[in-house]
Write a protein that binds this ligand. Structure first.
Ligand SMILES: Cc1cc2nc3c(=O)[nH]c(=O)nc-3n(C[C@H](O)[C@H](O)[C@H](O)COP(=O)(O)O)c2cc1C
Length: 190
């Protein structure tokens, strides 16, 4: 399985989440994983586009800025319309993650945008497939404490640098989401 993670990060927090997810993918010997970072101008190279075209699964990542994905991610998404017109990503597995400062912070808008983008391409969405940590005993570093089902959410306090956030629970949740993406991709590709 070829699984490619394509993401943007303005200040490094979402990059840390992407790397934790990518590391999770690499734990499985059935997976060839690649990490593609959208640059500050919203661009990726032709070689990186080719990686995406060859993938079995593409996972989208962006910080939530003003209730949506960053403009750099949106520029990438708009550029993917060339693939849309050729149906190049049809029937690939898709998934997504976002990170923002507030616990909620309207991260859902970003994930729903990724879901819409994936659907426009005719891709199949891999959701979290796991429960949330929502009991009285729940702790901040529990798996899926931020509590999303649609895709992976992480929270980085506005004044935390990348050595502090996202924290270990959110990074571990990224590893669990990697397992879920592999599970869905393996079933779909078999
Ligand atoms: C322009 C801008 C808009 C932001 N909008 C939101 C927002 O809508 N919700 C939120 O919770 N945090 C928001 N934040 C905080 C970022 O999501 C947060 O700092 C995140 O960790 C940045 O990720 P990055 O380091 O990958 O860029 C915003 C930050 C910036 C710079």
């Amino acid at each position: 399985m070829h699984i490619v993670t394509v993401f943007h990060s303005g200040y490094g927090h979402t990059r840390k989440l992407a790397e934790a997810f990518h590391l999770g993918l690499k734990q499985d010997e059935r997976v060839t994983a690649a990490l593609v970072e959208i640059d500050e101008n919203g661009d990726i190279t032709d070689g990186q586009w080719a990686l995406l075209d060859e993938a079995d699964a593409i996972i989208f990542g962006s910080p939530t800025y003003m209730g949506m994905a960053s403009w750099q991610f949106k520029k990438f998404a708009d550029a993917s319309s060339k693939r849309w017109s050729e149906d190049k990503w049809r029937n690939k597995v898709a998934g997504g993650f976002t990170n923002s400062a507030s616990m909620n912070g309207d991260k859902h808008s970003t994930l729903h945008y990724f879901f819409t983008l994936a659907s426009q391409h005719g891709m199949l969405w891999a959701n979290m497939g796991m429960k949330t940590a929502n009991s009285k005993d729940a702790q901040r570093d529990d798996i899926n404490y931020v509590g999303a089902f649609v895709g992976l959410m992480a929270q980085s306090p506005a004044d935390a640098d990348t050595s502090e956030a996202p924290g270990k629970g959110d990074l571990a949740t990224a590893g669990e989401y990697a397992k879920r993406v592999i599970e869905v991709t393996a079933q779909w590709c078999s």
